[in-house]
Write a protein that binds this ligand. Structure first.
Ligand SMILES: CC(C)(COP(=O)(O)OP(=O)(O)OC[C@H]1O[C@@H](n2cnc3c(N)ncnc32)[C@H](O)[C@@H]1OP(=O)(O)O)[C@@H](O)C(=O)NCCC(=O)NCCS
Length: 223
């Protein structure tokens, strides 16, 4: 499918490969969970997921939290409003059937998110000519270790393939063992390690650029 024809159908196809853990979808009393495209109406919840995952609202820097939150919200609003080609924000949504809400099945609770964007490599960069860059992967605290980040990454891979792109890149900080373990587990490998004065002086951790190559055959996708 050509890039320009990317549409909702592509999404159904891209997300078809994302399985929900069976126990979540079927066990009585447990919410149903799905990965879908984020919308502008999700902005408030997405902001909360990102701000609470990346910034601490306790301690002596707590006063910075509302500012950071506002910055995240404004940036994300622009990205969602623009509906730029080759960009997507995904959300993991749980349906709370005990509360009235957006759907007939109940209220939607956004528990995780990720962003993915097509990029072109510059001549001096070692990255592949066309690639996708993954950013802002986050799952809120009580919903962690249930496989949702792994599902979001699987959805990113499927989407990249609908764009006919096989190379995925993302950054992770060296001192984020949980995220590094996750990326390692789903097949990302270190591509570059960014050095610098602050790193050498021990003032900040290294930023690692990770890479994964996917192919349509490994995903079971046919065009
Ligand atoms: C990193 C993050 C997105 C993981 O989300 P998650 O939904 O809990 O991840 P998953 O449940 O899909 O994890 C899948 C596997 O990754 C590894 N993993 C995930 N979080 C881990 C942690 N904190 N410690 C060790 N391993 C971890 C485990 O192998 C896990 O499988 P297991 O639970 O069967 O052991 C989440 O902890 C988060 O939002 N952190 C704060 C924001 C952040 O650091 N984002 C990444 C920026 S690069």
């Amino acid at each position: 499918m050509a890039e320009s024809t990317f549409n909702r159908f592509s999404w159904v196809k891209a997300l078809a490969g994302v399985r929900h853990p069976a126990e979540w979808a079927s066990t009585a009393g447990q919410p149903t969970v799905q990965v879908r495209l984020a919308r502008l109406g999700d902005l408030e919840q997405l902001t909360e997921v990102l701000a609470s995952s990346f910034y601490d609202r306790t301690g002596w820097l707590a006063w910075l939290y509302p500012l950071m939150r506002l910055g995240i919200q404004e940036d994300l609003k622009q990205r969602l409003k623009t509906e730029r080609h080759g960009y997507a924000c995904l959300a993991v949504v749980a349906l709370d059937s005990t509360a009235p809400g957006e759907t007939s099945l109940g209220r939607e609770i956004i528990v995780g998110t990720v962003e993915i964007a097509q990029r072109q490599s510059w001549p001096w960069q070692a990255t592949s000519a066309r690639y996708v860059y993954i950013s802002n992967l986050a799952v809120i605290q009580p919903w962690r270790r249930r496989g949702f980040a792994a599902q979001l990454l699987a959805a990113c891979e499927s989407l990249a393939l609908t764009w006919r792109i096989e190379h995925l890149y993302l950054h992770v900080m060296e001192d984020n063992p949980g995220a590094r373990q996750l990326y390692h587990r789903v097949g990302f490998e270190v591509f570059q390690s960014e050095e610098g004065m602050a790193v050498w002086l021990g003032l900040q951790p290294r930023r690692l650029l990770l890479q994964k190559r996917v192919s349509a055959s490994s995903q079971g996708l046919q065009s």
